[in-house]
Structures are given as structure tokens and as C-alpha cells.
Design a binder for this molecule. Structure first.
Ligand SMILES: Cc1cc2nc3c(=O)[nH]c(=O)nc-3n(C[C@H](O)[C@H](O)[C@H](O)COP(=O)(O)OP(=O)(O)OC[C@H]3O[C@@H](n4cnc5c(N)ncnc54)[C@H](O)[C@@H]3O)c2cc1C
Length: 514
């Protein structure tokens, strides 16, 4: 007899969301997390005594309905009073600041253009929003529910009106550069507006493919894609999810790494029967739900011997090289950025769209960018508990840093990258280097080993057109169920993709309960 109805592998936010929903529906759920703390890439970690930083810092992609359905407010989740402004940094131009629908400090014409641009994107994002929150139809499926999903998507787009619908089809796969060139004159502004379409992916402003769709997915979150920091930082969200899981009756075990998913079968078929832990312990269950990335799940925890060759090949070929590095700084005081009264908000260090493109060019050839582009945040301004009183944490998401470096990742190349980032920051915030008490660099390889994500990819695997929607991660496993009966996926590698949205976890739970 199975010890539980469902075992969830991984206590990142998606594993937690899935566990809560299954337990609330009456299932006996055990969640197993390899690390000592819950949260995965959103987990709190102390990188210097008294200074804490999760990888994920801001919430933008989680739908309001999920926060409400999980009743996270009653589990302690609170937000600051207002979303963070997006601020392109410039050494010469007056400061600009984007807040929701308003753009302050813009060149002539750009503020009006911005209102038009963001109104258009919001309309498209609202039309697509329901599709991030549901299972995509199976390729070739002709059942009524699948046809209804396609029909609803068509209707939603048609309801935009003919002109907007045609405009949606025109811009959906445009490179961000083309889209922004159509609307704005200021290149620094365009570079900042690119950021949320590109960060975490293998795309730059000139790349066609899914950048606009990624942006629209992110804009489906609670404040139309505006970024907020929970009152206690991202760990505040993780604690609320943990509390909701415990209340729902989920058994949570941390420091508990799954070694294999147990599969039994004969000529008539196979099914999963539980998991074996690294400790040697076996837990029985007819249903296992993995929030680990698809390659970890299928190639490490299950093994090719249990999979069809074609499926194994598709999983092996998933494009999932991470290109984001993280720099965390412990600062003795608040830094002063040129032209800003306070470093409040998301500060974009990318003076032009070409600067982003050049950084990507270097990474494509496995080299470090000469001038890194980055998003900088001082989360301790919103969540003072992240640093000792009067001191601050600064985090920088640095794009594009290759997983494999041509010259190899050595102490020398790590120092080179960290020093380049610090020098670049010093240009915008003179004197900042003197405030640095400690620094931490996490390359994509560090992210892979410390967060157990293959190749350190932000989304577990690239959300490219061929790895999206009913093809995510592959068409055989795109409905959360997998080719192995009883085995499901629920992490960022599933539809709709990564970010702290909770959508993969919720969709997987709905699919299991259907
Ligand atoms: C530098 C960086 C900054 C980011 N910033 C943001 C941000 O500000 N906002 C945002 O929304 N998103 C951000 N993201 C993306 C976001 O953090 C991820 O997409 C999201 O957290 C993925 O959640 P998940 O639950 O699907 O997977 P994960 O968070 O990766 O969780 C998977 C869990 O499974 C566990 N696991 C794996 N293998 C095993 C095993 N064998 N046994 C047991 N447990 C196992 C792992 O330890 C992990 O806890 C960022 C990503 C990066 C890299």
C-alpha cells in the first residue's frame, strides 16, 4: 500500500503550489526538497553574515487569482505600497522613470508613445492571460476540450477587434528592436523596455522568435507585469506557501534528495511506483510529480532505459543553456547613483539596444561581455530585514554570461567578470566599490550546481517557439502528464514557462485532479 497519494519532487514555488492544491483536494501529499530550505530559485540564502538575497527578487508573473485562491494573505504574504519603477540609467541624459502607464523624464513624443505602446501590450496580454493558466491541447488532438481551448483562444483574439487582432499577429514574433523602433526615439529607453522580454532567455533585441510572447506572459501577472517585492522579500512568499502547505496537510521533508523515480512494468506497460532517496530510503506512491527540470527528471531520475528513444533524444536536445549570472553585494551604506535621488526601483545598465546586442554576441562565442548589461536592484530598501540596520544588499542580474566559457571558468575568469561588473557599476554609482563589504558571483554553472537546475537556465529550458505551449518541454509531455503513467511534471520547464508565476504548479494540479 502506498504511503501517500502523491510525491512531489522539489520544493520550489511550483512544487509548493501543486502540493497545496492537491492536499486541499484531499490527497495525502509528501513533498521532497533536496536543499535545506524551500523555495528553489526563490529561496532565501545568506551570502554574507547578516546579508540575504534570493535569486528571484521581484514578483510580476503570478496571477492575482492564484494569490487569492491560495489565500496567501492569511499566511502572511504582504506587498509594499507600490510597484517598482523601471529606470534606465544614463551618464548623460536626464533620468527617466517608468511607472505603470506613465513615463517621466522622456524625450519629446516618447511619453505619449509609451502610453499607446503599453495600452496595446496590456490589451494583448489580457487576451492571452487565460492561456497561461490552462493546459495546452495535445498536438493533433480533436477532443472537445482541446478544440474548445483553441476556439477560446481564437475568440479572445477576435474580440480584440479586427485591427488589434491583425496587429497582434504582426507583432507577436517581431524582434523587440523592431517593435521598439516603431514607437520610441530614445535608445536608452528602448534598451530598458527590452529587458523584460529578454531576461533569462537566449535572445537579444534583434532576435526574432518569442520575446514579445514572453513579455506578454510576464504582463499577465498581478499588476499587469509591474514588479513588486513582498514585504519580507521573496522569502516572504515562500514562507506563505510553506504555511499554506502545512495547513493543507502536506508532509514536507527538506535535505531529502531523490535519487531515482521507481518504475515497474512488463510488456503491457510501465508505471511509476515511488522514489528512492539518496539516503537509500524508498517511498511508495502511484503518482510522482516532478518540479525538477525536464532533463534532470527524465535523464537522471528516470533514465533512458525506461523511455522511448525518440523521446529521450528530444529531451536530450532541449535548449537550456543559462545566460544570466548573479552578483550579490553586501554594502555598508546606500550607494548614490548619478542623477537619482535614491536607487529605488529596477535600474537598467544598458545604454543602448546595441550594448545588449554586443553583450549577447560575445556570449554566443562563449566569451565574457566587455561591457556587461544588467538589471540592478537594492531589495533591502523594500525589505530591510535582508541586511543589518543601515546597510544594504545590491543584486545585479547580469546578461549575457555563457554557461561554458571558451577559456574555461577559472578563479581568474571569475575575478575578471566580477571586476568588470564592479567597474561598470562604479561608472554609474561613483564610490560604490568602497561600500562593498562582501561580494558573491554566481555564474550559470554555479546556479546549476547550487540550485540543481540543468545548465542554470532561468526557465529550466528555453521558452523558444519550438519549446513553448503544446511543445513545452516536448509534445509528449506538454500536458503535465508524461509518457510514463503516474509521472507528472509541474516546474518551470512546463507550460507556460519559468518566473515565479505558480502557473505550471497550478495547471499540473488541475490536470491531476481532472
Ligand atoms: C539570476 C536569476 C534571477 C531571477 N529573478 C527572478 C525574479 O526576480 N522574479 C521571477 O519571477 N523569476 C526570477 N527568476 C526565475 C525564477 O526564479 C524561476 O523561473 C522559478 O523560481 C522556477 O521555479 P520552480 O519552482 O519551477 O523551480 P525551482 O525554483 O528551480 O525549484 C525546483 C526545486 O527542485 C529541487 N530539486 C531538484 N532536483 C531534486 C531532487 N533530485 N530531489 C529533491 N529536490 C530536487 C531543487 O532543489 C529546487 O528547490 C530568476 C532566475 C534567475 C536564474
Amino acid at each position: 500500500m502506498a504511503d501517500q497519494d502523491t510525491i512531489i519532487i522539489g520544493g520550489g514555488h511550483n512544487g509548493l503550489v501543486c502540493a497545496i492544491l492537491l492536499a486541499r483536494a484531499g490527497q495525502r501529499v509528501t513533498l521532497l526538497e533536496a536543499c535545506p530550505t524551500l523555495g528553489g530559485m526563490a529561496a532565501e540564502r545568506e551570502f554574507h553574515p547578516g546579508f540575504k538575497a534570493a535569486l528571484a527578487q521581484t514578483l510580476y508573473a503570478m496571477p492575482r487569482s492564484l494569490i487569492r485562491d491560495l489565500d496567501l494573505a492569511s499566511h502572511g504574504l504582504e506587498f509594499g505600497p507600490e510597484p517598482l519603477p523601471l529606470r534606465p540609467l544614463s551618464l548623460s541624459a536626464p533620468p527617466q522613470s517608468i511607472n505603470g502607464e506613465s513615463l517621466a523624464g522622456a524625450a519629446d513624443g516618447d511619453a505619449e508613445a509609451y502610453l499607446k505602446y503599453v495600452t496595446m501590450l496590456k490589451k494583448f496580454a489580457a487576451a492571452l492571460a487565460p492561456f497561461w493558466e490552462r493546459t495546452m491541447p495535445r498536438v493533433g488532438a480533436t477532443g472537445l476540450p482541446d478544440l474548445l481551448t483553441f476556439g477560446k483562444l481564437g475568440l479572445k483574439l477576435r474580440l480584440l477587434g479586427k485591427d488589434d487582432m491583425l496587429e497582434f499577429f504582426r507583432v507577436a514574433t517581431l524582434p523587440m528592436r523592431d517593435l521598439l523602433d516603431e514607437h520610441f526615439s530614445d535608445d536608452g529607453l528602448k534598451a530598458a523596455l527590452c529587458w523584460d522580454a529578454l531576461v533569462g532567455s537566449q535572445l537579444a533585441p534583434r532576435s526574432p522568435n518569442q520575446a514579445v510572447l514572453t513579455l506578454l506572459n510576464r504582463m499577465a501577472g498581478k499588476d499587469a507585469g509591474q514588479h513588486v517585492i513582498p514585504k519580507d522579500g521573496m522569502p516572504g512568499l515562500v514562507r506563505a506557501l510553506e504555511s499554506a502547505a502545512v495547513q493543507a496537510g502536506v508532509t514536507i521533508r527538506t535535505d531529502c534528495s531523490v535519487k531515482t523515480v521507481q518504475i515497474e512494468g512488463d510488456e503491457s506497460g510501465q508505471h511509476c511506483t515511488g522514489v528512492e532517496l539518496e539516503s537509500g530510503e524508498t517511498l511508495l506512491s502511484d503518482r510522482v510529480v516532478s518540479s525538477a527540470d525536464p532533463q534532470t527528471t527524465f535523464l537522471k531520475l528516470i533514465g533512458a532505459q525506461h523511455l522511448e528513444i525518440e523521446f529521450t533524444n528530444r529531451i536530450s536536445r532541449l535548449r537550456n543553456r543559462g545566460y544570466v549570472a548573479r552578483v550579490n553585494l553586501a554594502l555598508s551604506a546606500l550607494p548614490t547613483f548619478q542623477g537619482l535621488d535614491s536607487p529605488h526601483g529596477r535600474l537598467i545598465v544598458a545604454p543602448t539596444m546595441d550594448s545588449i546586442e554586443f553583450a549577447w554576441d560575445a556570449a554566443k562565442y562563449e566569451e565574457l561581455p566587455a561591457s556587461p548589461v544588467m538589471e540592478v536592484l537594492v531589495p533591502s530598501l523594500q525589505a530591510p530585514g535582508l541586511a543589518p540596520e543601515g546597510q544594504h544588499v545590491l543584486v545585479a542580474n547580469v546578461m549575457y554570461v555563457p554557461y561554458d566559457l571558451k577559456s574555461g571558468w577559472t578563479p581568474g575568469s571569475r575575478d575578471e567578470l566580477l571586476n568588470t561588473v564592479l567597474r561598470e557599476l562604479e561608472r554609474y554609482a561613483p564610490g560604490i566599490q568602497e561600500l562593498v563589504l562582501a561580494s558573491e558571483l554566481l555564474t550559470p554553472q554555479d546556479l546549476a550546481s547550487q540550485y540543481r537546475v540543468t545548465n542554470g537556465h532561468w526557465h529550466h529550458c528555453e521558452p523558444a517557439i519550438d519549446q513553448l505551449l503544446m511543445m513545452r518541454p516536448t509534445y509528449e509531455a506538454a500536458q503535465y502528464a508524461t509518457p510514463i503513467p503516474g509521472l507528472y511534471l509541474c516546474g518551470a520547464g512546463c507550460h507556460p514557462a519559468g518566473d515565479v508565476s505558480g502557473n505550471p504548479g497550478r495547471n499540473a494540479a488541475k490536470e491531476i485532479l481532472a
